[in-house]
Ligand binder design. Structure first.
Ligand code: ADP
Ligand code: MG
Length: 475
């Protein structure tokens, strides 16, 4: 009988088929093509470098057994990696090209003796399953809809999230972009949608990833020359959740690859969920074509929760932790921590911890101490806008008056005080302070700082201004 690459490989295949799971056989062996047989070396063509790494990692033993049976002790296996076209302008990624027609741009031979130690699985995109390729969702089950309390501040975003979870890819909220300030629940809501989808549609592939990690993976894939595997991996996902997309700012390579992945998913009716700390109109250094995609679906804002919502969030947290706390203390915390749910929870957690470590009763006094610490910490990062607001309020004038060109003495003084505090409490440069406080230059700011120093040591009334304002700004 005539021994050909094909016949040797067919014999190997029937042996392998009997020894592994049908699904694995279909995935990993059917796509292989035997291409050449020379002496005792069989060359097989595999679709990608990743494919070869996977075979080496998982099937090197069975390959060795099969091949030695056919070709004897000195059998060798040579992998020929079929490189696919890179997605560029030449080949639009939306066009489906049957793999048999795909032209190999270049092929690369990898000659591996079978007794080689299997190389590590380097592909970061796939978590090795036992007999199947499985993608782990990376979802946190603790972040669900049940414990994401509804209020006016989040009603739209929360309900849009529920709608998306009921019909991923099937609503007009695609992409769903959730935006809002830090600690307002973007990450929580994004997970909740994913968790709910996994629950309702277990067969769907859901993936949560931070924009930062996505960027890192992309950079790695370029370094390792498997950008295509990266793209393919993301294109098979049914529900893609990317957290903090503002991280893509200024990263044009990542934006480009995301643009292609996004288009592919969108055209195939897959759901994309994004979060950002800014509304699309305020995002900087993000390409226009990407921003316009963000606006295709729904942008829903998470605002700061009102008092009632803050109280219910706290009560819910306490209830889940099995801790009881007097109503007046809960209300005190909710009244004083307004802008960040994470801090709201943080204050309650410290309160519980303090009281249990020191065996102290939870009193209003203890609550005040702890809340003070939280509030102080946040206020320390004052902005120039905030300083101008505080100074104008103090002198009962508008911010625009403070910034105006007028030379009226009391207005000039207010402006100089704002500059002085901006220098003292922010890291901004003199030039930047000047441009933000009425478009002045850096010399004006420097002069203002000196004047305030001088006046506060010679003028009692002026010193009082400085002291009052310091208190307001540092509390
Ligand atoms: P972001 O991603 O916007 O910075 P997170 O999603 O990390 O904020 O939320 C911060 C914390 O606040 C989390 O512990 C989250 O569970 C909690 N949180 C935010 N909003 C709510 C809400 N509506 N109900 C319950 N917990 C919330
Ligand atoms: Mg977050």
């Amino acid at each position: 009988m005539n021994v050909t690459a094909q016949s040797v490989w067919n014999n190997c295949l029937s042996f392998i088929k009997d020894n592994i799971q049908p699904q694995a056989y279909k995935t990993w062996f059917e796509p292989i093509v035997a291409v050449k047989l020379t002496d005792n070396a069989l060359s097989i063509q595999v679709p990608s470098k990743f494919f070869y790494e996977w075979l080496e990692e998982h099937y090197v033993k069975i390959l060795k057994v099969a091949l030695t049976k056919e070709l004897g002790e000195n059998a060798k296996l040579v992998y020929v990696i079929k490189m696919e076209n890179t997605y560029g302008n030449k080949q639009p990624f939306t066009e489906k090209i049957p793999s048999s027609n795909r032209t190999a741009v270049k092929s690369q031979d990898v000659d591996i003796p079978l007794n080689n130690k299997s190389p590590e699985l380097k592909n970061p995109f796939i978590i090795p399953g036992i007999r199947n390729v499985k993608i782990e969702s990376q979802l946190n089950p603790n972040y669900n809809f049940e414990n994401f309390l509804e209020g006016d501040s989040n009603r739209l975003a929360r309900n849009a999230g529920i709608a998306v979870a009921n019909k991923p890819g099937g609503t007009s909220f695609n992409p769903l972009l959730i935006f809002g300030g830090v600690g307002l629940g973007k990450t929580h809501l994004a997970h909740a949608i994913g968790v709910d989808i996994k629950d309702k549609y277990p067969e769907k592939t859901v993936l949560y990833i931070s924009a930062e990690k996505f960027t890192q993976q992309y950079i790695d894939s370029v370094k390792k020359n498997n950008r295509n595997d990266f793209i393919h991996f993301y294109q098979i996902i049914d529900v893609l959740i990317i957290d903090d997309v503002q991280f893509f700012s200024g990263k044009s390579g990542t934006q480009d690859v995301f643009f292609h992945i996004f288009n592919h998913l969108h055209q195939n009716g897959k759901q994309v969920i994004l979060t950002s700390d800014k509304a699309p109109v305020d995002m900087q250094d993000i390409e226009q074509r990407l921003l316009s995609r963000f606006k295709w679906g729904l942008s829903a804002e998470l605002q700061t929760p009102d008092f009632e919502t803050r109280v219910s969030i706290l009560k819910n947290k306490l209830y889940r932790d099995g801790v009881e706390m007097p109503e007046e203390i809960i209300e005190y915390v909710a009244k004083n921590i307004k802008t960040n749910v994470r801090e709201l929870e943080g204050a309650i957690i410290s309160l519980i911890a303090q009281s249990s470590f020191n065996k102290k009763e939870i009193t209003l006094g203890l609550a005040k101490d702890i809340v003070d610490k939280f509030v102080k910490n946040t206020k320390r990062e004052v902005s120039i806008d905030y300083i101008q607001k505080v100074v104008s309020d103090y002198f009962q004038m508008d911010v625009s008056t403070l910034q105006s060109k007028t030379r009226k003495r009391h207005i000039v003084q207010a402006r100089q005080l704002a500059m002085f505090f901006a220098k003292k409490y922010t890291k901004a440069s003199l030039a930047s302070i000047g441009s933000q406080i009425g478009k002045r230059d850096h010399a004006t700011v420097l002069h203002a700082c000196k004047t305030v120093d001088n006046l506060s040591s010679t003028d009692k009334q002026f010193r009082k201004y400085v002291e009052d304002l310091s208190k307001k700004l540092s509390l």
